[in-house]
Design a protein around this ligand. Structure first.
Ligand code: TEU
Length: 564
């Protein structure tokens, strides 16, 4: 089996609205991205994933696409996009776009034509269904709240939307729709795109009789997820997408899939997988308590370690998972996957070490390399994200007070990760010369890329060294191709594992506890990297065959005598 070209790649996610604004209108743009390519190269990034930049009314920040063939003017032009392709290629990098094809925008011409002729061919690009007993066809709640069915004006029909009502679901069971999608995907790949991150894709499979489910909330509705979960047949659609588009272009693809069924992982990743990789969201799912996001769970070290290690164990030998700490939908990892005492820069470096060297394709989200933190807003009005507003309303309906509902939003809001990137300590954080579209995290005067670049002990400089090690000529193959094995996996505070390849092995160990730990080593080990900038005590312990880690210290050790 030959190794795929993306096996050793590292991906960096850009949230374009909040990355860098070159024209001073307060919104990030492609010219801004172009101006930061050297920064990304220096960090060690191979592939740049852009959240959607297609023409959009931005009801869901571009995840509502009005024209799949156009760049939204807020971001720039197709010429600038082509320039981005050329400039990344010149630096040995590639561009990955977001592929949002479970739904489009209600402003898309397909939907406009469907509304104009609700029994015509374009209506079958969507799910138009007659109502039932004076109400919608079934009792589904959309992910962003409210009924998942919206009346088609002037008819007794409804259309289905899994997300916002401005995001009508596309009917993948219609071959004509599938042809449109394949043509569009191939058009982008022909341009020279490296691949796609495939949005919310599990939702394309439906039960076409749309059965009701028992209500699961005070609104009397049942989550649409219930219907999707019981639906079958996604493999056929994704197989066609792979064979018609991805495989002929040797594209890199990462699927956004939640809650795979038993045995499905084998079909999704690996040599004949439907995608190159899929995100491992198991650690993120731990934050949902018995009542989902309404009952957020505190970080529990052993459960988190267990979820990460279970993902590593479940992944087939010929496949890779996308390892991820944070993205544009999740609170910042530095406030989430760390115990309270470690929610600081030392913790961010430790978490980065623990995550980036796992088996898999590492994904970084903008600002993660600065240890950027959640940004709790003072009132619900300050939040932009529609899901946050839906959660606020749902929490009130559940009987929570406004203060309790706001606290829930502060803990779980997607806007925590969507505040502008912090480039320097000057006005607008170097993100914009104008007024930023979303408030800056108030810590930007001290936490920013310029300050961190000149501080050898910063999170940024540490991430640069960590990524350089992962990709080094000496150890790169161990990280990109090596096996994974947990080490000391019942220890109360150590997160440790061994990566091994071709007779060489690396031990990664991190102390998540508030107390120092000491542990005898099985084999002599040499220090490759440590996270605190104070290696002396660890080096002294290693000389005696011991591992000694201070709280929040992570270390990477070469164990050259072990067989891989
Ligand atoms: O998210 C898909 C998804 O399942 C969301 O429900 C996500 O889990 C939730 O927002 C987390 O709080 C994708 C995109 O990543 C998201 O930004 C979009 O809003 C969504 O699809 C609709 O396109």
């Amino acid at each position: 089996m030959s190794k795929p070209w993306w096996q050793d790649k590292l991906v960096y996610q850009i949230y374009p609205k909040s990355f860098c604004d070159a024209n001073g209108d307060g919104v990030g743009d492609l010219a801004g991205v172009l101006s930061k390519l050297d920064y990304l190269k220096q960090l060690g990034v191979d592939l740049v994933w852009l959240s959607p930049i297609y023409r959009s009314p931005f009801v869901d920040q571009g995840y509502d696409v009005a024209d799949y063939y156009a760049i939204d003017p807020a971001f720039g032009s197709m010429e600038q996009f082509d320039q981005l392709l050329a400039e990344t290629r010149r630096r040995g990098m590639g561009v990955v776009m977001d592929l949002v094809v479970n739904h489009c925008s209600d402003q898309h011409v397909w939907f406009q034509k469907a509304l104009a002729d609700p029994t015509g061919p374009y209506a079958d690009y969507f799910y138009f269904r007659p109502g039932k007993e004076g109400g919608p066809p079934s009792n589904y709640r959309a992910y962003f709240g409210g009924s998942a069915w919206e009346p088609v004006p002037g008819t007794d029909l409804y259309y289905l939307h899994s997300f916002a009502k401005q995001q009508p679901d596309l009917n993948w069971y219609n071959p004509a729709l599938r042809e449109e999608i394949f043509r569009m995907v191939n058009w982008w790949l022909d341009k020279g795109l490296a691949g796609f991150r495939v949005d919310a894709i599990i939702n394309i499979q439906k039960q076409l009789d749309f059965p009701d489910y028992p209500a699961d909330g005070p609104d009397g509705l049942a989550s649409i997820w219930r219907m999707v979960q019981d639906a079958e047949g996604i493999e056929a659609f994704l197989g066609e997408l792979r064979d018609r588009c991805f495989a002929p272009h040797d594209a890199f693809t990462v699927g956004e899939v939640f809650n795979l069924k038993d045995g499905q992982l084998r079909q999704f990743v690996g040599e004949h997988g439907l995608f190159s990789t899929i995100f491992d969201f198991a650690p993120h799912m731990l934050a949902s308590g018995p009542n989902g996001w309404q009952t957020p769970e505190e970080f529990k070290f052993a459960a988190w370690r267990g979820a990460v290690f279970a993902g590593q164990a479940a992944c087939p030998a010929d496949g890779l998972l996308g390892t991820i700490i944070e993205n544009h939908d999740e609170p910042r990892g530095s406030c989430r996957f760390l115990p309270a005492h470690a929610q600081n820069d030392a913790g961010a470096k430790m978490l980065g070490t623990a995550s980036l060297l796992l088996r898999g394709i590492p994904f970084l989200y903008q600002g993660q390399e600065l240890g950027m933190r959640n940004c709790p807003m003072d009132s619900i009005e300050e939040y932009d994200d529609l899901e946050t507003h839906a959660r606020y309303d749902a929490a009130l309906l559940e009987g929570k007070t406004p203060a309790e509902a706001l606290a829930l939003c502060q803990a779980t809001s997607r806007d925590n990760a969507r505040t502008p990137m912090q480039w320097n300590g000057g006005p607008g954080a170097g993100f914009t010369t104008g007024r930023p579209w979303m408030r800056l995290n108030p810590d930007y005067p001290t936490r920013n890329a310029a300050a961190q670049q000149t501080d050898e002990n910063s999170v940024l400089r540490y991430y640069q060294r960590l990524i350089a090690l992962r990709k080094s000529g000496e150890w790169g193959e161990v990280f990109s191709e090596g096996s994974f094995a947990p080490v000391w996996d019942t220890h109360p505070s150590l997160f440790a594992y061994r990566r091994a390849f071709a007779g060489r092995a690396v031990l990664v160990a991190a102390n998540f506890g508030a107390q120092p730990v000491e542990q005898p080593l099985e084999t002599p080990a040499r220090l490759l990297l440590e996270s605190t900038g104070s290696p002396a005590p660890l080096a002294a312990a290693l000389a005696k065959g011991q591992l000694a880690l201070a709280p929040c210290q992570a270390a990477v050790l070469a164990e050259e005598t072990l067989q891989g």
